[in-house]
Design a protein around this ligand. Sequence first.
Ligand SMILES: Cc1cc2nc3c(=O)[nH]c(=O)nc-3n(C[C@H](O)[C@H](O)[C@H](O)COP(=O)(O)OP(=O)(O)OC[C@H]3O[C@@H](n4cnc5c(N)ncnc54)[C@H](O)[C@@H]3O)c2cc1C
Length: 379
Amino acid sequence: MNVYFDDEHEMFRREYRRFVRQEITPIAAKVDAAGEFPLEVLRELGKMGYLCIQLPEQYGGSGADVMMLVIAAEEMAYASSGIDASLLVHSIIAVNPIFRFGSAKQREHYLPRAASGMSVGAIAMTEPDAGSDVASIRTSARRDGDSYVINGSKMFITNGTIADFVVVAARTGEPGYRGISLFIVDAGTPGFKVARRLDKLGWRASDTAELVFADCTVPADSLIGEEGRGFHYLMENLNLERIAMAADCLGLARAAIDQAKSYALGRRQFGQAIATFQDIRFMIVDMETRLRAAELLTYDAAWKLQMGEDCAMEASMARYVAGEMVNRVTGDAIQIHGGYGFMMESDVQRFYRDARVMTIGGGTSQIQKEVIARRLGLG
Ligand SMILES: Cc1cc2nc3c(=O)[nH]c(=O)nc-3n(C[C@H](O)[C@H](O)[C@H](O)COP(=O)(O)OP(=O)(O)OC[C@H]3O[C@@H](n4cnc5c(N)ncnc54)[C@H](O)[C@@H]3O)c2cc1C
């Protein structure tokens, strides 16, 4: 319990944690080794009412606030950051632009299905030549009567091979951010295909793909909101996305610290528990302190977002610090496990691999620092 979470939040944490520890923890290593997202988990979460919880009840959500979303990300990532990645994309990042800017028809069609787990969502911004610089995307959408014709390719798309619908950023106008629009493209639309499924170092429990659009024709009412407003719609979602990713880092780091502590207390060398060696105990002290610092930044940013305050700098700070922290903490957890930590049978090696993307995906550490620098008035 702390100032950021009330009784309702804590009750949600207890219930969600019970579900995650019972259903996800036992399969986490297996799905990582298989390199496949367990779709049945998403369906089950949908049945339990744990998907898209931020949506109002009329669309199948429960009107959850930002702090609830933080809790859900922390708890899921404690068991599997890879599974959490797919869930974040589905439940928040793909669905929110439809909820916030979509037409009534789009909301009614896509949101209840996504919240119940009947359909899976993805969001496709990144391209082979446009990552951090989203405004430079080249995928085009040309108006043709009552349709748009989409051409281009998208890279590193989470849920790419399993998605039933993809929110696609495409250029409808001038170069730069003002020419970008968002479209909903259903799987199976002629001209839309998965080019390849991508193999990854970490987050192996999530699905990642390259997508191709070749004269992919969608009805004009697949456009989300207004033409040319797509970049703005994406940016509107960014603070929540950064906070949810930071929360994922917190859960993953907590799992690594719990394992490191328990190992350090049980492992004996030179006739004593390695936790009694100053170098090891201070390493754990550093891990815990770094985690606490990242927690406070994340909770503070989440709280500001919940209060409707401008939190762009705080969200980037949380994302930056948490991403760097979880890399350090999971690396130290391996060090404390010695050779056992280097073996594929350990959990900490998975944590370490999963942590690596946390300074890259959804905006690199360098981009977070650029956002912070601008907010500090550095031009
Ligand atoms: C596992 C995974 C899942 C992903 N899921 C999705 C998804 O679902 N949908 C989606 O659209 N995208 C997704 N992405 C893409 C992700 O958001 C991008 O990888 C990320 O934004 C970085 O883009 P990039 O990889 O092209 O790197 P680049 O932008 O090419 O960057 C390369 C390097 O240059 C640095 N750099 C770039 N610009 C600057 C600058 N201005 N100042 C200083 N340094 C800079 C970067 O920090 C980085 O170190 C995913 C990526 C991964 C790895």
